[in-house]
Design a protein around this ligand. Structure first.
Ligand SMILES: Cc1cc2nc3c(=O)[nH]c(=O)nc-3n(C[C@H](O)[C@H](O)[C@H](O)COP(=O)(O)O)c2cc1C
Length: 194
């Protein structure tokens, strides 16, 4: 299969970058073809222009989309499945990934006469500082699943999954060191079994 990986983290010294590497190693070992959109690396623009905003709010799917948005849509069309790898910032994806959805999910493509190719699978790998137990107790896990799987993917993929790699915070260095190897192994397996 051909997999589009949308990666969003500002630093290559991060745990999230190590997760990307483990995950893509698993995908390669399984024989998948990979294309990566590194949103910070590409300096992907995430603010809507007024023109883009008006196009969306008036459902003007007859109007063209910007070239950088079209390039992302073309990557989706070339892919069978999509995966997102990112850290959780304030119970959301980083603003750069949220902005990717704002701009790439356009009218006439992802909604309002949707022409987007139906994807086989959508996978979200979200790295979190908090523990899974804490994210469950506060309802934050459900909130993130509702937004990503329920709203942003919805019917756009035949199967969808969100995985949280938790407890990765320098606030608790001992926990981080304990969790890291098992999370990197899990990321590799997610790639291998994609
Ligand atoms: C601006 C900012 C906001 C964050 N907000 C959250 C949060 O709401 N919940 C959480 O579990 N972790 C939060 N974190 C921790 C990140 O998720 C953490 O960076 C992540 O586990 C991955 O580590 P990495 O940055 O080394 O890749 C936040 C980090 C930053 C920089």
């Amino acid at each position: 299969m051909r997999i589009l990986v949308v990666y969003c983290h500002p630093s290559r010294t991060s745990f999230t970058y190590e997760v990307l590497r483990s995950f893509t190693r698993g995908l390669s070992d399984a024989g998948h073809e990979i294309e990566i959109s590194d949103l910070y690396g590409m300096d992907f623009r995430t603010d809507l222009t007024e023109e883009e905003y008006l196009r969306e709010t008036h459902y003007r799917s007859d109007l063209p989309v910007p070239a950088d948005v079209k390039a992302e849509q073309d990557k989706i069309e070339r892919a069978d499945s999509i995966a997102f790898v990112y850290p959780v910032f304030w119970t959301e994806a980083p603003a750069k990934l949220v902005g990717w959805f704002d701009r790439v999910w356009t009218a006439g493509y992802a909604y309002a006469d949707c022409t987007m190719k139906p994807l086989d699978k959508a996978l979200f790998i979200a790295c979190t500082g908090k523990t899974l137990q804490s994210l469950e107790e506060t309802g934050n896990k459900l909130a993130m699943e509702t937004v990503m799987l329920g709203d942003r993917i919805n019917q756009r993929a035949k199967s969808k999954q969100m995985v949280f790699l938790d407890g990765i915070s320098h606030y608790d260095e001992a926990l981080l060191q304990r969790m890291k190897p098992q999370h990197l192994e899990a990321a590799y397996r997610l790639g291998l079994e994609f």
